[in-house]
Design a binder for this molecule. Structure first.
Ligand code: SF4
Ligand code: SF4
Length: 111
């Protein structure tokens, strides 16, 4: 195949028959304010950890929402739990609580 200098991105479609969203449902039970998230990205734009690392909290909670849990535990270790994202979220999502609960849920086996 000729090299065109670019490649087509792999589709990120979600196969709901293959992923378990049980952890996400449990997260919504524990942090109901997460239902209000409309993916604006303010949390990642203002994140303290993002100034020093490649941490992206919006990407992390979006992956969690999609049932893509691989590598999230490692990513979440970069968060300093400073709480700035919680203060700045326009929808009042309790991100600090969200992060702590994601950490906890990721340690539990997938049902
Ligand atoms: S700032 Fe709030 S509403 Fe915006 S993406 Fe982050 S959690 Fe969602
Ligand atoms: S609590 Fe974590 S995700 Fe939120 S701004 Fe601080 S370092 Fe970033």
């Amino acid at each position: 195949m000729p090299d065109f200098g670019f490649s087509i991105k792999t589709a990120r479609t979600e196969n709901l028959d293959k992923v378990s969203l049980e952890k996400y449902r449990e997260l919504l039970r524990k942090v109901p304010s997460f239902k209000r998230c409309f993916q604006c990205g303010c949390c990642s734009a203002t994140c303290s950890a993002q100034q020093y690392t490649n941490f992206n909290i919006r990407k992390v909670h979006t992956s969690f929402r999609r049932g893509e849990y691989n590598l999230l535990s490692e990513e979440l270790k970069k968060c300093m739990l400073c709480g700035k994202c919680t203060l700045l979220c326009p929808r009042g999502v309790n991100l600090r609580s969200l992060i702590m609960n994601m950490r906890q849920l990721l340690e539990e086996p997938v049902k």
